[in-house]
Ligand binder design. Structure first.
Ligand code: ADP
Ligand code: MG
Length: 232
């Protein structure tokens, strides 16, 4: 593996405590870690270990009870809500377990949705959309709606949607969670190629052993704590 780049995401002594019905749930408990550019990082752990909470904190979708998240040297807590919104729009791509496609829109339209928030010409939007769909091997399916696509194809549309926006990094929450292992492997292969061919930093939270095998680094959470970090 080549020399890793700078820490693009840094998490320092992060805590997130939820208060629910008089009970405190320490979903993230003193987690510090660094995620490097040019890598595919995995954050793993059982269901309930705090993976989604951590991803939301990294994306600035949730606020830590204590501690800090730094993106590219900038502390998230120093940004206004507007700036955080811009960060997510311009630099982060999201991929979800349930694909997150809009059911009434075609694959092409789904990929184009986030591009509408940008100042791009219609032509540029279309070019980016088609080349992203081509890249995931679905150019011939671009008129299909989600229900006319398999799960794996829907996830490939979601990857195309993330790619078309040309983000600096992609955060994926259990991207293979609803797929059989062979289809999951194909999605992992595409996530890997986002790193190598498009220089996008990929962070996957998962409990899929196939992702753990493929990732450059695996951070393991247990009950909200970081218990292990393994490099390949
Ligand atoms: P994972 O993604 O690893 O399955 P989560 O981050 O979703 O885990 O959840 C971690 C812990 O925090 C769990 O015990 C969960 O029940 C709790 N939790 C998550 N979100 C909330 C919330 N909004 N309110 C209260 N508790 C929550
Ligand atoms: Mg989760």
């Amino acid at each position: 593996m080549s020399q890793p780049g700078a820490a693009i995401i840094k998490v320092e002594h992060l805590h997130r405590i939820y208060h629910l019905g008089g009970e405190d749930i320490h979903a993230i408990n003193d987690v510090s870690l660094e995620l490097f550019s040019g890598q595919m990082s995995a954050i793993v752990g059982r269901s309930g270990s705090g993976k989604t909470t951590l991803l939301n904190l990294i994306a600035g979708l949730d606020e830590p009870t204590e501690g800090a998240v730094w993106i590219d040297g900038e502390p998230l807590n120093a940004l206004t809500e507007q700036q955080r919104l811009a960060l997510r729009r311009d630099r982060i791509g999201f991929v979800f377990q349930a694909f997150g496609l809009l059911p009434l829109l075609s694959a092409e339209e789904n990929v184009g949705v986030p591009l509408r928030m940008r100042h791009l010409s219609a032509r540029e939007r279309q070019e980016r959309t088609i080349s992203a769909l081509e890249w995931v091997g679905l150019r011939d399916r671009m008129d299909h709606r989600p229900y006319e696509l398999s799960g794996g194809e829907q996830q490939r549309v979601a990857l195309a949607r993330a790619l078309a926006a040309r983000p600096q990094f992609i955060l994926a929450d259990e991207p293979t969670g609803q797929l059989d292992s062979q289809t999951g492997r194909r999605i992992i292969g595409l996530l890997r190629r986002l790193v190598t061919e498009h220089d996008i930093t990929v962070v996957i939270v998962t409990h899929d052993p196939q992702v753990m095998e493929e990732a450059d680094v695996v951070h393991e959470l247990h009950d909200g704590r970081l218990v292990d970090t393994r490099y390949r």
